[in-house]
Design a protein around this ligand. Structure first.
Ligand code: AGP
Length: 611
């Protein structure tokens, strides 16, 4: 959600902070700001409603040079998007500046107490309450670190914060609970960010802050403690990301780059994880837990959005190949439902960012109840990856476009690897295992073939730029793909779209069908093909505009639909990976033709770290 950057060292931090904020723009935001100590150690606080480019303009010509600064992109939670509510927030004297990612849940109570103490507020934000709380305690304790640490014990909710004070020109204090925060380690300089993408241009050495930790950072190093004042030792880790990997690489949008990257991201997701002769997968991240996982009485998969759709595919896979009952839950529902869990349960958390707060909260609730937790996560070192008992990284590479694409296909591929690993201890034969492996290995080439249809799909998209509604229909493994196709279209083109099981049409949605309703069918030649064809005919009879994602050897479908996109086939459990690609491209081209911001759609963020 919000983006955080910071710097303390010997160079001019302002250009670096701006560049860092630009690398976080994909997270989605509505305002931006920068706080720094100028040449005379006077705090400056410059913020705008709008984009980082607007902030850069606001800074232009000031010719400021500063060795210490913090920057923020805000995605509004409390208080409308405007300059007043933008971060950094400061105390009345303007001597203390703070940026915050997260939500202070008890800010109302704290604000009332501060008002009683004579404090006034200029903004509608929860963050300003935190500033004045620190200000109040700093004036009593005259020790900034202790004042911040003490106040964070008063706070309920989530935070990733960076704060500095005019009296301490050589330090920035950071703290974390529920929202990501990472320290970048340099030579005579140190960096802060909510996401490694913002600091890998300067260092590959990072320290991940954990919940309830606080640290004071100077240009020569940092000291970390828990907010209960216990000393802790933090490990410096090496980040393998390169700047090139997080740049657009010549594509118009990150989303298109990431769609096109899928042959490579799929290769990376399965690389080194297949034992072909035995027909099993090799997942080091689950070693030590696989016996317990295979003995699970039940597997629950929980996630949000696209990751939840991948979980639905996983449900079909795991039940087909392991015979273990599987349930799929929205993380936001699961965490509040008082879930019935036991140590006999295994709960899989799927998350691209590894920071989705609903999923993180569901994880904490699950661990409290003793079930085994597995993380299928893309972002290395992220909170969910660190807090699950075991897990498998997606290795899809950084996904910057808000609309998830390559993460979804890698999630499904990794779910197939997990299914294979468990299934071969249960009911999956060596032959079936070897067939799954053969088909997994064939996916990148098949995806490459589908990507060659990009221009054809772009032409089809031209016919639907003005559509108001879309229906996506699929059966079995392809029902989750129908949901995913609908979500892709919704979130980047703002066209209302719904995914349904194809057979469900006759129980109501078919009333929607007329000549203005485009309907996308997932219609591969599989065991339910004839049923899907009947559904297509039901829609055709009512004038619906028909698009079918069909098998390349299907010669009958063209007479039934208005547009058919023919793609290669694979085994049923892996068809979602192939079927989703045309839907990603269709939604991408419709959104581009509508002139919309494909990488940063309105109201959306790449990682939803608020509830
Ligand atoms: C998908 O295109 C969306 N960006 C969104 O639904 C996303 O999948 C969801 O917020 C979950 O994010 P995560 O995978 O990082 O947990």
């Amino acid at each position: 959600m919000c983006g955080i950057v910071g710097y303390i060292g010997t160079k001019n931090c302002i250009p670096m902070l701006i560049e860092g904020l630009k690398r976080l723009e994909y997270r989605g935001y509505d305002s931006a700001g920068l706080g720094f100590l100028d040449e005379n150690s006077k705090p400056k606080n410059i913020k705008v409603k709008g984009k980082v480019a607007d902030l850069e303009n606001a800074l232009n010509g000031n010719g400021h040079f500063s060795n210490i600064g913090i920057g923020h992109t805000r995605w509004a939670t409390h208080g409308i998007p405007n300059q007043t509510n933008a971060h950094p927030h400061s105390n009345k004297e303007g001597t203390l500046l703070l940026i915050h990612n997260g939500i202070i849940e008890n800010f109302g109570v704290l604000k009332k107490a501060l008002i009683n103490d004579g404090y006034t507020f200029y903004s509608d934000t929860d963050t300003e309450v935190l500033v004045n709380l620190i200000d109040s305690n700093y004036k009593k304790k005259e020790d900034l670190f202790q004042a911040v640490r003490y106040d964070l014990n008063e706070v309920e909710g989530t935070y990733g914060i960076a704060v500095f004070h005019k009296d301490y020109p050589d330090q920035i204090i950071v703290a974390k609970n529920g929202s990501p925060l990472v320290i970048g380690i340099g030579e005579n300089e140190n960096f802060i960010a909510s996401d490694v993408n913002a600091l890998i241009a300067h260092t590959s050495k990072v320290v991940y802050m954990e919940d309830h930790e606080i640290a004071v950072i100077t240009k020569n190093g940092f000291k970390a403690k828990t907010i209960s004042d216990e000393k802790i030792k933090k490990e410096i880790q090496e980040v393998k990301l390169t700047l090139e990997e997080i740049s657009k690489g010549g594509y118009e949008h990150f989303m298109l780059k990431e769609i096109i990257e899928q042959p490579e991201s799929l290769r990376n997701s399965i690389r080194g994880r297949l034992l072909e002769k035995e027909g099993i997968s090799k997942l080091g991240g689950l070693s030590g837990y696989i016996d317990r996982i295979a003995l699970s009485k039940r597997i629950i998969i929980t996630a949000c959005g696209t990751s939840w759709h991948a979980g639905l595919v996983g449900e079909y896979m795991l039940e087909q190949y392991t015979n273990i009952p599987v349930e799929v839950e929205y993380a936001s529902e699961f965490r509040y439902r008082n879930p019935i869990l036991s140590p006999d349960d295994t709960v899989i958390f799927i998350s691209q960012s590894g920071e989705t707060l609903d999923s993180l909260a569901a994880l904490k609730e699950t661990k409290r109840r003793g079930a085994l937790t597995i993380g299928l996560v893309n972002a290395v070192g992220s909170s969910i990856a660190r807090e699950t008992d075991c897990g498998v990284y997606l290795h899809a590479g950084p996904e910057i476009g808000v609309a998830s694409t390559k993460a979804f296909t890698s999630q499904v591929a990794v779910l197939a690897l997990v299914t294979l690993l468990i299934g071969r201890r249960k009911i999956t034969s060596p032959q079936d295992g070897m067939e799954i492996i053969k088909e997994l290995k064939s996916l990148p080439e098949k995806v490459e073939k589908i990507l060659q249809l990009n221009n054809e799909i772009e032409k089809i998209a031209e016919n639907f730029v003005d559509a108001d509604n879309f229906l996506y229909l699929g059966r079995g493994y392809n029902f989750p793909v129908a949901l995913e196709g609908a979500l892709k279209l919704k979130e980047i083109s703002y066209i209302h779209a719904e995914g349904y099981p194809a057979a469900e049409m006759k129980h109501g949605p078919i009333a929607l069908i007329d000549e203005n309703m485009p309907v996308v069918f997932l219609a591969p030649k599989d065991s339910v093909y004839d049923k899907v064809v009947s559904n297509i005919e039901e829609v055709k009879a009512r004038g619906g505009k028909l698009i079918a994602i069909a098998s390349e050897n299907d010669t009958t479908i063209d007479n039934l639909v208005d547009y058919s996109i023919k793609i290669p086939s694979t085994i049923r459990m892996l068809m979602p990976i192939l079927n989703v690609i045309p839907l990603q491209l269709l939604s991408y081209h419709i959104a581009v033709k509508k002139g919309l911001n494909v990488d940063q759609p309105r109201n959306l963020a790449k990682s939803v770290t608020v509830e």
